[in-house]
Design a protein around this ligand. Structure first.
Ligand SMILES: Cc1cc2nc3c(=O)[nH]c(=O)nc-3n(C[C@H](O)[C@H](O)[C@H](O)COP(=O)(O)OP(=O)(O)OC[C@H]3O[C@@H](n4cnc5c(N)ncnc54)[C@H](O)[C@@H]3O)c2cc1C
Length: 357
């Protein structure tokens, strides 16, 4: 979020000074992993579904500046074996906007994606739009680009901030000041902004990386599997990355500076979610597992809000923010450049169907 905002501010002609506690790409940051998914499938959250169009347009502008496209189209396969609403509500939202999607039966799922079992599927659709953002490569390329455009990246840890005066205090006591301060500290934010700590909770999430056993997986769609015993998502092995599975149930546990070694019980819990859908998954070579941190807002609504006239906070991305990084950066830079347009940004970022000017 910080790098995207820096990119967009530089495009608007601002001087930008970025601070990070480690040089980007910082492996501990939420944005730094092989991949992050971008999809219109958003349940009943139509604001975020529509924001994905803006997100793709912003990524297009970023790819043009970076000179490379760091997105692999895969499409989205969504499955349900519960009496839940998510797949049904997503389909209704896609249909209402005339977005391409194809309903599938359990038999059709198993025939078209033979590495999956159709067992228990009660509802499914395939959506051709959507894909994988190569997250770590994006963060690294953005950091290089920001510096090439005259931005400064300083490696230092902020210990406190004064939003009213746009001043940061660093470890060791030095301070940095600016005309405008943007605080985008991912899951570390509660320590910097106690008022946000009441709304945003760090949440330890484990992912498991596997070697896909057949070439067929290389053209697999992203998979969103909603299941009665707990659902999971799967990222296919695109562009030389591993196949990855994880879940979207918030642990709401831990702190990003804690030991991140995944416990075997956590790894087993993730694998168990996928076992029914992916026959033979026990035999897939394990390439490792990792712990990443969400910054969870109770309703999964992003917090992009002013902290007075000279500071903004970007937080509460609740495990679904990466896809919107470029567009949120652009919109916040726009609000900083033209404060008269800023009033509508928080509601739009929170997923309400308000289109900012
Ligand atoms: C397992 C997992 C899967 C996900 N899947 C998806 C997905 O498929 N699609 C999607 O859209 N989103 C997904 N997300 C969410 C997405 O990755 C995040 O919403 C997004 O990356 C958040 O970016 P950020 O810039 O807010 O935080 P970060 O990337 O964490 O950046 C915050 C930066 O602030 C720095 N910092 C923090 N505190 C200080 C300090 N005191 N001083 C100096 N620097 C500091 C950190 O070092 C870090 O570099 C997923 C997240 C996880 C964990």
């Amino acid at each position: 979020m910080g790098l995207s905002t820096a990119w967009a501010l530089l495009r608007q002609g601002f001087d930008v000074h970025l601070l990070d506690q480690a040089a980007p790409p910082n492996a501990a940051a939420t944005s730094v992993d092989h991949h992050r998914l971008i999809r219109h499938a958003y349940g009943a959250q139509r604001g975020y579904m529509r924001m994905v169009d803006d997100a793709y347009a912003a990524w297009g502008r970023l790819w043009a500046d970076l000179g490379e496209v760091l997105h692999i189209p895969t499409g989205v396969l969504a499955l349900d074996d519960t009496a839940g609403d998510w797949v049904r509500e997503t389909r209704a939202a896609l249909r209402a906007d005339g977005r391409a999607h194809e309903d599938l039966t359990a038999v059709q799922v198993a025939a078209r994606f033979p590495y999956l079992s159709g067992e228990g599927i009660t509802d499914a659709f395939f959506c051709p739009a959507g894909g994988v953002l190569l997250a770590e490569r994006i963060v690294a390329a953005l950091a290089r680009h920001v510096v090439a455009q005259g931005g400064v990246i300083e490696v230092a840890r902020a210990t406190s901030l004064d939003p009213a005066r746009a001043i940061l205090t660093l470890e060791g006591g030095a301070t940095r000041s600016a005309d405008v301060l943007v605080v985008a500290a991912g899951p570390w934010i509660p320590r910097l902004l106690p008022e946000i700590a009441r709304r945003v909770t760090p949440s330890r999430q484990v992912v498991v990386r596997l070697e896909a056993p057949s070439e067929a997986w290389k053209t697999a769609p992203m998979l969103l599997d909603l299941a009665a015993g707990g659902g999971f998502y799967l990222v296919p092995p695109v562009a030389g990355t591993p196949l990855k599975i994880g879940d979207h149930s918030f642990s709401r546990l831990g702190h990003p500076d804690d030991d991140r070694t995944p416990d075997p019980v956590e790894v087993e819990r993730i694998l168990a979610l996928a076992r029914k859908r992916i026959p033979g998954i026990e035999g897939f070579a394990r390439l490792g597992s990792a712990t990443c941190f969400y910054d969870v807002e109770p309703d999964e609504r992003f917090v992009v809000e002013p902290l007075g006239p000279r500071a903004w906070v970007m937080s509460g991305f609740s495990g679904h923010g990466f896809k919107f990084g470029a567009v949120l950066g652009e919109r916040l830079a726009g609000a900083i450049a033209q404060p008269e347009t800023a009033a509508r940004l928080p509601a739009w970022a929170a997923g309400d169907e308000v289109i900012p000017a």
